[in-house]
Design a protein around this ligand. Structure first.
Ligand code: 2P0
Length: 333
């Protein structure tokens, strides 16, 4: 681009209550199933994109030059933006997470949602929320959901071009007040990307077809339970979806084992808390952290119990947060 332009956006990670794990098209990241998530207020990614006309896109992640793999993944999304804007020239992308990167806390979801908004605005484009979700999806499947706040539903879609595969707001937090406790059990980055893991699962898990064919019913039940404000049902379905996904991961060859001793200890403790009458359910993603779903008015008791589990390093408490938003925009001719 001949003019210098930049924009900054903030996005929040999301946690799937009904999980996405598998594509029907890897290149466009078209999911094999719909999913439902909550966007988290307490964690955020702030991303600034500046089309500075360099020869190559550059990515600074948390103050340091990112890996070549991460840089190329970012450049591919920027290529889509340049294609839409009819623009050329490289960009400087500076992104900061206020939580551990790539450790099962969905940094790619908030990262690519923020990147999609900042890059399109910096390029002079003003996409609607649906188009933004479709763009973010091509960076990271779960990023399509972080475009929106509260409870969010991602549509699988049927089309081969992906134009019907986007997320939409499903309900606000007032439909069902929820608190999410992230029990951090390990701070390091994960070793394998989710996209690689789910492709391996499709190729080798004997449970794959059952996993994919059961997803639509899971989405329907979860949607109805959220809209009915039924926390016990939402929690039970979320725990079920997570454990089914981990059964697929465990039966993938080579096996994808994200559970650590502390993760299992939290899972068992939460199940015991339910027997004591507390509203608490677990979910986990492609990492060792355990997310506990609970009711805001009982969360203090659940927090105390989960913090006391050996191996839990710290607990992040979050309510539901907003969708991606622009922070600043500055276009200088
Ligand atoms: C989800 N996950 O529904 C599921 C559950 C992980 C487990 O979406 O890291 O967002 O960009 O390769 O494509 C992760 O898939 O992940 C994901 P990356 P992507 O939240």
């Amino acid at each position: 681009m001949s003019s210098m332009s930049n924009a900054t956006a903030i996005a929040h990670p999301n946690i799937a209550l009904v999980k996405y794990w598998g594509n029907r098209d890897d290149r466009l990241r078209l999911p094999a199933m719909g999913s439902i998530s909550v966007t988290l207020a307490a964690l955020s990614t702030r991303t600034r994109v500046s089309f500075d006309g360099g020869d190559e896109d550059r990515l600074i992640l948390n103050g340091q030059a990112a890996s070549e793999e991460a840089r190329q993944r970012t450049a591919r999304l920027l290529d889509l933006v340049r294609g839409m804007a009819g623009a050329r020239g490289g960009a400087l992308v500076e992104s900061v997470n206020d939580f551990p990167t790539a450790a099962g806390l969905a940094s790619s979801a908030s990262g690519f949602a923020a990147l999609a908004l900042a890059a399109t605005r910096a390029a002079g484009l003003d996409l609607g929320p649906r188009e933004l979700s479709i763009l973010a999806r091509q960076g990271s499947g779960s990023a399509a959901r972080s475009v929106f706040g509260g409870y969010v539903e991602m549509h699988r879609g049927e089309r081969s071009d992906g134009l019907d595969s986007f997320a939409e707001p499903l309900a606000s937090e007032s439909a069902l007040p929820l608190e999410v406790l992230v029990a951090v059990t390990e701070e390091g980055p994960k070793e394998r990307s989710s996209q690689d893991g789910m492709a391996l699962g499709r190729a080798s898990s004997p449970f794959w077809d059952a996993w994919v064919s059961g997803a639509e019913a899971d989405v329907g039940r979860m949607r109805a339970s959220i809209l009915a404000g039924d926390l016990a049902q939402v929690g039970a379905l979320a725990e079920e979806s997570c454990l089914k996904m981990h059964a697929v991961m465990l039966s993938t060859r080579p096996a994808l084992i994200y559970l650590r001793e502390a993760s299992v200890a939290v899972i068992l403790r939460v199940r015991a808390l339910r027997k004591e009458g507390l509203p608490a359910w677990i979910t986990m993603d492609a990492g060792p952290q355990v997310k506990v779903l609970t009711s805001p008015d009982r969360s203090a008791e659940v927090v105390a119990a989960v913090e006391a589990v050996p191996g839990v390093l710290r607990l992040i408490r979050s309510g539901l947060g907003p969708g991606v938003a622009l922070v600043a925009r500055d276009r200088t001719a």
